[in-house]
Design a protein around this ligand. Structure first.
Ligand SMILES: [Zn+2]
Length: 93
């Protein structure tokens, strides 16, 4: 099951800045994975989010309707779970 079915193609793009406010780079819409902190030190991932991505500094911008939809999404049970590999720097030689 794909999470992309949850999102409709964007109809309105005017909420993205025309140029990156941080570096002046151009912004292009891409599908990205967003990370959100969750209770007990866990992380929640949201895949396939349409976001404006600065082509120079990689800063991401969300349209208000997308940000709102993510809030709703995170209040519902997850679509799935993924295992994440971990390393411990202090344990290295
Ligand atoms: Zn930028």
């Amino acid at each position: 099951m794909s999470a992309s079915a949850e999102f409709q193609p964007p109809r309105e793009r005017k909420a993205y800045p025309s140029a990156c406010p941080l570096c002046g780079g151009s912004i292009r819409e891409e599908r990205v994975t967003l990370h959100y902190a969750a209770p007990h030190g866990t992380t929640r991932l949201v895949h396939e989010v349409p976001a404006g991505v600065c082509q120079s500094c990689a800063e991401r911008y969300l349209r208000p309707d997308v940000a709102e939809k993510i809030e709703h999404l995170l209040s519902a049970p997850p679509a799935g779970r993924e295992e994440v590999p971990v390393w411990n720097f202090a344990a290295s030689a």
